[in-house]
Design a protein around this ligand. Structure first.
Ligand code: PMP
Length: 280
């Protein structure tokens, strides 16, 4: 496997960054993930737009144009022979002597990009079965809309999910409302047949898949409400599902051990997954 680091393509195991990189020292870095299907990036511009926004929020100078990133991505897909898989991009503020404040002199942002193959059939099989989620307190900071690599609360929540035999942890705010999953956005289809997903405020990452699915759902005639919902509302919903670039739309069949609906993947979740993948 080949990785891209600051202008060079290197075998992944030899690709290194400096120990005083601010991404390593302070998580002073942002990232993006694109899904690749049949050699094409999904929702490419949505992810580029969020990348630019994350950088601007942290006042990191964007080191490349979209065309520049696309050239590197194409080369990584070619060198790694990826037709179906993922592209990962990370941009940090760069290397500087360790000090919390931004370096006085302009640093060169560090750009790291990798690509990996994934078997789409395996992902589809998993979605066919649906997944279990558990809930955990949301212990993150107040700017979850910025896609930073500061992911420790997400890591701990996901680990708790895995140890509980679940696939994802839904994070719950102090008001008892679900914010989102540790690496996915959270949705329900309530008793009235309305799709509900939390409003895109500072408490969640503004998922690119979330916004594509909102549009797709509206086009298919579903009503979509952007508002917070409680764990109880989710457990008594007709359906629950999650969205992300890596899981597309994946049905949730239980929450904290309580089955959602009849405990099988819901038909609306399945229809939205198909609508998303068909539109590629
Ligand atoms: N929320 C969080 C916390 C995430 O890490 C992700 C995945 N990057 C998502 C939601 C889903 O976002 P997207 O649809 O853009 O992949």
């Amino acid at each position: 496997r080949f990785a891209y680091v600051n202008g060079r393509y290197l075998p992944q195991d030899e690709a290194l960054i400096h120990i005083e990189d601010r991404g390593f020292q302070f998580a002073d870095a942002i990232y993006e993930v694109w899904s690749v299907r049949s050699g094409e990036l999904l929702d490419a511009d949505g992810h580029f737009g969020r990348l630019e926004r994350s950088l601007a929020e942290l006042r990191i100078t964007n080191p490349k144009s979209r065309a520049g990133y696309r050239l590197v991505i194409a080369e990584l897909l070619r060198r790694n022979r990826v037709r179906d898989g993922l592209v990962y991009l990370q941009v940090s503020r760069g290397r500087a002597r360790r000090d919390h404040a931004f370096p006085a002199a302009q640093t060169r942002p560090t750009v790291v990009m990798t690509a990996k193959r994934l078997d789409p059939a395996a992902a589809d099989r998993r979605a066919d079965h649906g997944v279990a989620v558990i809930t955990r307190p949301d212990q993150r900071w107040a700017r979850c809309d910025i896609k930073t690599v500061n992911l420790l609360p997400n890591v701990l929540a996901k680990q708790a999910a895995i140890e509980a035999g679940a696939a994802e942890a839904w994070l719950v705010d102090e008001a008892g409302k679900v914010t989102e999953g540790s690496s996915t956005n959270a949705w329900i289809l309530n008793a009235e047949g309305v799709l509900v997903t939390r409003q895109a405020d500072h408490a969640i990452l503004h998922g690119i898949t979330r916004s594509t699915i909102m549009n797709r759902a509206a086009a298919l005639g579903y009503r979509v409400e952007e508002r917070a919902f409680s764990v109880e509302e989710a457990q008594t919903a007709r359906e629950a599902f999650m969205t992300s670039a890596t899981t597309f739309v994946t049905a949730i069949t239980s929450i904290d051990g309580r089955p959602v609906g009849n405990g099988a993947p819901g038909s609306v979740a399945i229809a939205l997954r198909e609508a998303y993948l068909e539109s590629l």
